[in-house]
Ligand binder design. Structure first.
Ligand code: SF4
Ligand code: SF4
Length: 85
């Protein structure tokens, strides 16, 4: 029983990432500050002519929401969930 509880606590959380491309101004802050290296610039542009971030390693997103905290345009956020085994 004790071991089961510990296992649940240690289970890594997972984030579902949401990016509103049209709000993004391509500053790259979210890419720079993501501690898991999840994000990179996409090669295409949004309608304002900016390269926007994409998740190149979505499986590594922990849902920490640092990208959301740093984004000046409220263009990105994550919802935290549980990583499936
Ligand atoms: S929620 Fe955290 S781990 Fe996921 S992309 Fe944003 S900064 Fe990176
Ligand atoms: S921090 Fe926001 S505005 Fe800057 S690149 Fe990321 S999503 Fe776009």
């Amino acid at each position: 029983m004790k071991n089961e509880t510990k296992k649940k606590v240690l289970q890594k959380s997972r984030g579902e990432l949401y990016i509103t491309r049209e709000r993004c101004k391509g500053c790259g802050i979210c890419i720079k500050f993501c501690p898991s290296g999840v994000l990179a610039f996409s090669e295409d542009f949004n309608s304002k002519g900016f390269h926007t971030p994409i998740a190149v390693k979505p499986e590594d997103c922990t849902g920490c929401n640092l990208c959301s905290l740093y984004c000046p345009d409220f263009a990105i956020f994550a919802v935290r969930g549980k990583k499936s085994k």
